[in-house]
Ligand binder design. Structure first.
Ligand code: CAA
Length: 291
């Protein structure tokens, strides 16, 4: 099957990044969200990112304008129903994702493919609530989407080969590198990355090191581009906690216990960059550690 039109559900940092790379690759994109201001923010974020790419010579002015024209926004989930491929990139909460699929299914055109950008939730379980689990799979982008090369492809137990190949072709057309992960909690990247971030939060919680010393240790001692606490703020502490909870519940192994300090930050609504405060306070420039 040839995919031409793609619907993206959720206009947060992942959804907007995904819409952007799809439009640059020539797909017609419909981006939806329940909040009008999220769509406005997404469009200005995409414009700024495309302008940055054009300024650095990574995109011609004509291609930049064409990419912007290929993205339309809508508050109505039903508008996504006409797309060949749907990428759900809403909040990392199973109940939210399930409701979206329940609401979307009646509007889908025959033969369309459904995917979720979930970073941890069972693809088989999400697919099980849809009428065609054979045309459902995981399509997991990394943040920031325009920069990161990797995309994880995850088959649910029922995903058929035609669906897998069609989605793999989309990833290849984006110029990104696919890896195939089995449908187990948090797949490959987050199964490895999140326990590392969670451990960094334990190191902070136990007073072994300060925010700055933990981040500097991993930047200067392990050549990571961002320290683990800075990265946690970048990903969003609510997302980090959700992923740890999926790992903890999925494997019933205490090594995946979320750090109580991570829980505390989420309870406070200090979710990282997106709320202006997490392990760093972004309301001052440069950001200052909050502990
Ligand atoms: N759009 C377009 N281009 C962008 C961009 C954006 N949103 N953000 C950065 N760039 C480009 C810049 O223009 C720059 O391009 P040039 O090389 O041509 O100059 C390049 O990316 C590097 O950016 P900067 O110089 O601004 O900043 P940097 O060198 O500090 O890099 C970073 C920023 C790429 C984010 C880097 O810090 C990094 O790689 N951090 C780690 C990110 C990471 O680990 N992501 C995975 C998170 S896990 C995940 O996503 C999975 C999940 O489910 C939670």
């Amino acid at each position: 099957m040839t995919i031409r039109t793609i619907g993206v559900i959720g206009a947060g940092q992942m959804g907007s990044g995904i819409a952007q790379v799809l439009a640059v690759a020539g797909y017609d994109v419909t981006l939806t969200d329940v909040a009008a201001n999220a769509l406005e923010t997404a469009l200005s974020r995409i414009s700024a990112s495309l302008a940055k790419m054009a300024a650095r010579g990574k995109l011609s002015e004509t291609d930049r304008q064409a990419a912007e024209r290929r993205i339309e926004t809508s508050l109505a989930l039903s508008d996504i129903g006409r797309c060949d491929l749907v990428i759900e990139a809403a909040t990392e909460k199973e109940s939210v994702k399930q409701k979206i699929f329940d609401d979307l299914v009646p509007h889908l055109k025959p033969g369309s493919i459904l995917t979720s950008n979930t970073s941890s939730i069972s693809i088989t379980r999400l697919a099980g609530r849809t009428p065609h689990p054979e045309r459902f799979m995981g399509l997991h982008f990394m943040n920031p989407v325009p920069v990161m090369q990797l995309v994880e492809l995850i088959r649910g137990i029922a995903t058929d080969e035609e669906t897998f190949v069609a989605v793999q072709e989309v990833v290849e057309r984006l110029g990104k590198t696919p890896v195939v992960a089995s449908d187990f909690p948090a797949f490959i990247v987050n199964r490895i990355l999140m326990p590392m971030i969670n451990e960094a939060i334990f190191v902070l919680h136990e007073g072994v090191g300060s925010v700055i010393d933990i981040d500097n240790s991993m930047k200067l001692g392990a050549n990571q581009p961002m320290g683990p606490l800075e990265l946690a703020d970048f990903i969003g502490l609510d997302t980090c906690l959700s992923i740890m909870q999926v790992l903890n519940e999925g494997f019933c192994d205490p090594k995946y216990r979320p750090c109580p300090l991570l829980v505390k930050y989420v309870e406070a609504g200090w979710l990282g960059r997106k709320t202006g405060r997490g392990f760093y306070d972004y309301r001052s420039d440069p950001p200052v550690p909050t502990r």
